[in-house]
Design a protein around this ligand. Sequence first.
Ligand code: TYD
Length: 133
Amino acid sequence: MSIDTITIIDIPKITDVRGNLSVIENDVVPFDIKRVYYLYDVPSGTHRGGHAHKTLQQLLIAISGSFNVVLKDRNGQQKTITLNKPNKGLLIPNMTWRELEDFSSGAVCLVIASEIYDKEDYIRDFNKFLLKR
Ligand code: TYD
């Protein structure tokens, strides 16, 4: 998987005088949604992630606040993406190394996932990630 295939998805936003409402249905995401989780109360300076997934695909959304996502592929390419809009989602394909950092105070990272939790799907060693066939 190459960094070049990383995409930001527009999440539909319904606006009126009462504020905004964004909705994610299966047609917004290029996989069947099997799991939703969220990161919050992340202490300042914390790094999260630091792994890749063999098969899992994820959509990350900054529901509140902001954070940076550092993505690395196995061709040595690297890209940093700032997420700070609740109607933008970062689609992370499988076999992509990710690190989450620079969480703002009150930031919430919503993760929409293509699979249920499976610790065997994680690659936590960067060298093994680079060498995995
Ligand atoms: P981890 O994936 O290491 O978090 P991050 O990638 O944000 O650094 O998960 C932290 C802990 O939570 C770890 O013990 C596994 C557990 N966990 C679950 O039990 N279910 C889940 O769906 C997820 C994502 C994590």
